[in-house]
Design a protein around this ligand. Structure first.
Ligand SMILES: *Cc1c(COP(=O)(O)O)cnc(C)c1O
Length: 384
């Protein structure tokens, strides 16, 4: 991933920074576009994975829409060239102001997560003389078999509307004159690498569609969300997720009528592998039983290890020395600010470059200013 020319270029850039391999992002987008077009599937990029304007603009040029979870993400999407009629908007806690932003823009669809939310959207749409298109976000009670913090589709989660509430939803919709039901939406979690989970989702959607069909309700849009996982362990061997198999599962197992269109909201699988967090070693410090490699990047630049014990591959791209074992940690005043324990790296010293791989999704997007740290810059391969 990083040849010596690239590493020489890094020497002029203050660390830490996010590095984006734009060729890899383009290759990933090419494959998604080819495979999705094969079946006429609609792709919405899940902005929360990485809202960097350059990344968002490139993705938009492929004709994809945006999947937003806040009013500001809607605004950012419009600013980076996404058309309102390809924007979908989910979230359990949409505020009045955010709903008004979405109504004003005339987005394609609100993915609604509760009855009180539907009532509020109806009220605000009435006040502004608009009709809001909505999909109901259904909690399909399918376990994504992923980390419990990123599981969203089982009954005890806060997300979506459960099956026993469907009747009341339909009653609410009866009375909501400024709402048009156009779809059913599902999103069961993230970093799902077991494709049989998506097969399970398809079968559950087929059952749920039967329930609606029995009540003469036919919607034209089915949205199956995102959640497709990437290979954090082997970023060089598997730089692009297997979208052929992924879309193939939906083609094979999901029953759609000829008028129904299928939508996806892909985040991590689009952008994760193109990004690395590049950092320098500040100090190598001897601990009691271990050596610490202390980096100038921490949980403020890449939160996932501290937040969900997530694994990121750690590489020393400056050294060819003998392998030694290090605890790789950041500078932040929290013990959870640790990128990896007992990591085998070539002999490491001050000022070596350390790459934290697969950081393109939920890396820069989750950056914080905790400890009053500066927000790290982003660097693009096609601008070096
Ligand atoms: C986060 C999210 C996505 C994207 O999930 P990935 O795992 O990054 O693909 C899609 N839809 C909704 C509603 C989300 O909240």
């Amino acid at each position: 991933m990083f040849n010596s020319t690239r590493i020489d270029q890094f020497k002029n850039i203050p660390t830490p920074f996010y590095y984006y391999n734009m060729e890899l992002l383009e290759n990933t987008l090419d494959l998604i576009k080819t495979e999705a077009s094969r079946y006429g599937y609609h792709i919405h990029y899940a902005v929360k994975a990485n809202a960097n304007p350059k990344i968002m603009k490139l993705i938009q040029t492929y004709g994809f829409g945006a999947d937003c979870v806040s009013g500001n993400e809607i605004t950012r999407s419009l600013e980076t060239g996404y058309t309102a009629n390809k924007i979908v908007y989910a979230g359990v806690g949409k505020s009045d102001r955010e709903i008004l932003t979405a109504l004003e823009a005339g987005i394609f669809c609100f993915n609604c997560e509760s009855i009180p939310e539907i009532e509020l959207i109806n009220e605000l749409a009435e006040q502004t003389n608009k009709t809001a298109r909505i999909a109901i976000r259904i909690n399909p009670n399918v376990n994504a078999n992923t980390h419990h913090y990123i599981t969203t589709g089982i009954e005890e989660n806060k997300f979506g509307i459960n099956r026993w509430e469907f009747e009341s939803v339909l009653e609410t919709l009866e009375q909501s004159k400024n709402i048009e039901l156009i779809g059913l939406h599902f999103h069961i979690g993230s970093q799902i690498t077991d494709l049989s989970v998506f097969k399970g989702l398809c079968l559950r959607i087929n059952e749920i569609q039967e329930w609606f069909k029995e009540r003469q309700i036919l919607v034209n849009h089915i949205n199956v969300g995102g959640g497709f996982g990437v290979d954090y362990k082997h970023p060089d061997e598997n730089p692009i997720p297997d979208f052929v198999s992924f879309f193939g599962i939906f083609k094979e197992f999901l029953n759609l009528t000829p008028s129904q269109e299928l939508h996806f909201e892909l985040g991590r699988s689009v952008v994760a592998q193109c990004g690395s967090l590049i950092s320098k070693v500040l100090y190598v410090k001897n601990g009691v039983n271990t050596k610490f490699a202390i980096l100038d990047a921490g949980m403020t630049e890449l939160l996932r290890p501290a937040l969900y014990q997530a694994y990121h591959k750690i590489e020393n791209i400056s050294s060819n020395g003998e392998e030694e074992v290090y605890d790789v940690v950041g500078p932040i005043c929290e013990s959870s600010d640790c990128f990896g324990k007992a990591v085998s790296l070539p002999s490491t010293k001050r000022n070596d470059f350390i790459a934290l791989r697969t950081a393109g999704a939920y890396g820069e997007a989750m950056a914080s200013r905790y400890n009053l740290r500066d927000i790290a810059d982003s660097v693009f391969s096609n601008e070096l």
